[in-house]
Write a protein that binds this ligand. Sequence first.
Ligand code: ZN
Length: 672
Amino acid sequence: MIRHSSSKKDSMFYFGVDYYPEHWPEERWPDDARLMAEAGFNVVRLAEFAWSKVEPREGGYEFSWLDKAIDILGQQGMKIVLGTLTASPPPWLMSAHPDTFRVRADGVRVTFGNRREYCLNNPVYHDYTRRIVTQMAKHYGDHPTVIGWQIDNEFGDRCYCPVCARAFQNWLHRRYGSLDTLNQKWGTVFWSHTYTDWSEIPLPLTTGGSPNPGLALDFFRFSADSYVAYQQMQMDILREKCPKHFITHNFMGFMYDGLNYHALAEPLDFVSWDNYPLMMNADAARMAIAHDTMRGLKRSGFWVMEEQSGPHGWENVGPTPRPGELRLWVYQAISHGAEGIVFFRWRTSRFGTEQYWHGILDHDGIPRRRYQEVKRIGEELKRIRNMIAGSRCRAEVAMLLSYDDRFAFQIQSNNSRFSYSDHFQLYYEALHRLNVPVDIVSPRGDLSDYKLVIAPTLHITSEEIVSNLQRYVEQGGVLVITFRSGVKDEANAVVNLPLPGLLADLSGIEVVEYDSLLADGRNGLEFVIPRLSTMVRKTSCEVWCDIIEPKGAEVVARYTEDYYAGRAAVTQNNYGLGETIYVGTIGDVAFYHALMRWLLEKAGVEPLLATSRAVEVTAKERDGRALLFLLNHASQDEEVELEKRYRDLLTDKAVEGETTIPGKGVLILTQE
Ligand SMILES: [Zn+2]
């Protein structure tokens, strides 16, 4: 739910830019504001790195420059989102309080020169945070042009300082109650690690070598909780002093796995995130999975708070967005649930670490190709925004994303070739290729809306998660789980059960052995059920092989080589009204393509439209009407075959049958 007022949200599609007026002479500001208005912008984010400009000396606040910038932008019709300034503390603060610098995992305290160099649990830093946020909130709480806040900037990085060590020990005390419980859950009897006082519990510094997995997982959870608490401290001030404003934070998409994004998103009005496709070297699916992950955090629309608008770069300069790409990225974001698009940034800075992180304008401030492209998007959005505002994504397939599991695999990857993110993406990409919309949600969430649920490597299980899955399958759902599921309890100890542990009933199998394949080790796979073996007869698998003994499940695929040739690799089990498919290995692209088609048929999920690989199709719904987005990610024209007659919102022309989408082009179709 967008708390600040869903009606206001529905009527307004926000389109704008991140702007740093403090980088430019005041005489330039009116020209910038005019050019922004001409580009169709209605929102600007300001000031997230401007602490030293707002408080140049301790306790001496200077808002006049920011007031003036906001007035100039407001006169051109912009609304303002303000950063809370805490992402870049000024030198006077850090010099006076060197204990507030963050300590890295190798025990080295960072020094001044970058940003976000603070310890997020430091009480002195908390005092300064409360003071600056309160001053900002008091000054702008009733400002008619300000609509919301971004807390800090791109939270991340764990701190390993003595203050965090004490906070971690207190956090453990609250979690476990007694040292006996903690010692037993972590298994500290191993290597004589039994703790007799809370103060003995160390941080998992790299100087200590490979840590106890229970301690390491709890430290990652503690760090994630610390960010939630630090964010909440700022939110409490803003909620009290600026009740009309929304509050968000800018997240970092699917690939970032250092925090628990479900917990961080929970108190916010909506999630926003920073999308840099060229920095991520992202193809269509990798951009899509990031948007879907961000939408799934609150199961609601989101903003892109930083949308790439030029070549990225600190020391090196990245490639420039090709003609049409900025527009393609904007419509892709909208098609996946974006309700606001804010480009990073207006004009490329002449100085500072990010002097090569390009904005819409180059260093010289002259509007060129990228500005013209943005302006075209602005004109289009003005025409169609009433038709897309308030539209919702609807998916019949969910994938379950667990930050606990991501943390656990950071600590022990199980196989040096295994990556949780890559494995997750294999399933997502197979769905994306078939143009099947996906929600990415927590394993604890309500799954009753979905026909198919895929839970890759559900490693850490609890009664709560397993009951949620059982309920889903009992009521007719189709569930996919994969190898290394059910292996760990919540303290990151291996369960005292045959694998897949608490998921054994649901999957109707027992994993009697497993084989971790090193280097280029592979095995062969063959599907044994007719529907699949007609699509792919023989294929191969790698990284990990669970050797499965069915306990009521049917064999779907089996290994073809080594001593376990003929043993089950993939199984299917009926459970209640539904079924569970267990995939004990990592296959190739052909394997996932076939498996996914079989699963979709089984679950009764229809792909939106068959297209070439370059064309992505997504759907939204508004007032019961479907909106179909066709996005051509290739540089050349692509053909699609439309079975029905549609109207393209962007051209207001009827389209049907064989239809051409130009290179990097977009169609937004409604049925006539
Ligand atoms: Zn710290």
